[in-house]
Design a protein around this ligand. Structure first.
Ligand SMILES: [Zn+2]
Ligand SMILES: [Zn+2]
Length: 336
């Protein structure tokens, strides 16, 4: 089968062995119809976390073509899925840090979503695979996992009623995060360096978004809205200087949810955290319950996921990569 294999910070489409259900016994083979390109795929690529030869992609939509499972799934079912499964029975799972569970980190789809076929295990089928309502397009369904990540982040922040949240970075994740906060019934504001993204966020229901040309001017403008600062900050942009901006835009005692990776040398200042009682928290990867909520949000139209992606053919996956990196597009969906 064809797969996009990582090679020197690019993808090369080549032939690899198709996963065979018999080799695993139980589980299912899914014919991939499309897969979203995630910012984390690019980070893994650039930081060397994913080595040459790896097959990335985890925002998969496809059709079950072979199955041996106790679940009700059948051949022909259209599905979307999450790629990691927690054990539900360890210190991490008991404290609801499912994505820190060691079993969660070890489980995965095989070989990866940028391939014609993938294998998913029985425990994936039982916990992280969801049948897609036929009213939804494949592209909409591919948001199951990224939206679930945002839902988890919003739940972790435990947003209070009548609070004001600020999203720093209005890429696809920022837009999903903001809509999630709105779906939970709260005010949301955004900021970005790109004018188109500021406008787009307001189309997606943000109460207001700020264009950042000059940071001090933007902070001043934000003061007119909330003179003590924002109650919650969601950091979805990967630039180091955003941490400093987040600290300045936050009110004392605010939650700052870190949802992107930046260089290791940068971070939040100890004394801001201490004297200002800031809660800095990370949020990483969704639990099966977040995936379930995500499917409900997408199906119920609580969050709008159409109009975010640009579609690329499988052979155009490197264009998708370059256009994402250069901010030419919000998000790429690779059609197989
Ligand atoms: Zn993702
Ligand atoms: Zn566990």
């Amino acid at each position: 089968m064809k797969a996009a294999v990582l090679n020197n910070n690019k993808f090369i489409i080549t032939y690899v062995p198709k996963p065979i259900l018999d080799e695993y016994g139980t589980g299912a083979i899914i014919k991939v119809t499309g897969c979203g390109l995630c910012g984390s795929d690019i980070v893994k690529m650039r930081t060397g976390k994913a080595k040459d030869g790896a097959i990335l992609g985890h925002e998969v939509v496809g059709e079950i073509v072979e199955i041996n499972s106790k679940t009700n799934f059948e051949v022909g079912d259209k599905v979307a899925l999450g790629h990691h499964v927690p054990c539900f029975n360890c210190q991490y799972c008991w404290s609801e840090h499912y994505s820190m569970c060691r079993h969660f980190k070890e489980t995965n789809i095989i070989p990866g979503g940028f391939a014609e076929y993938i294998y998913v295990s029985e425990e994936h089928l039982q916990n992280t695979v969801f049948e897609v309502n036929l009213n939804l397009s494949d592209i909409e369904a591919s948001f199951l996992e990224p939206l679930a990540c945002c839902i988890r982040a919003v739940k972790r922040a435990n947003i209070r009623d009548n609070s004001k949240s600020l999203i720093i970075g209005l890429g696809s994740i920022g837009i999903l995060m903001g809509q999630t906060i709105k779906a939970f019934g709260n005010q949301v504001y955004g900021c970005d360096l790109l004018y188109e993204r500021v406008c787009l966020s307001e189309k997606f229901g943000f109460d207001k978004s700020f264009l950042i040309k000059d940071e001090e001017a933007a902070l001043k403008e934000m003061k007119n809205l909330t003179n003590i600062g924002f109650d919650n900050i969601f950091l979805t942009a990967g630039a180091s200087r955003c941490t400093d901006f987040a600290i300045k835009a936050a009110r004392d005692g605010a939650n700052i949810v870190v949802f992107s990776s930046i260089s290791d040398e940068n971070g939040f200042s100890n004394n801001d955290i201490y004297y200002r009682e800031l809660n800095i928290m990370g949020s990483y990867s969704p639990s099966p319950m977040d995936l379930e909520d995500s499917m409900r949000f997408i199906e119920g139209g609580l969050v709008r996921v159409s109009g975010i992606s640009s579609v690329y053919p499988f052979e155009g996956i490197n264009d998708a990569l370059n256009d994402t990196i250069s901010n030419k597009i919000m998000k790429a969906y690779i059609q197989l």
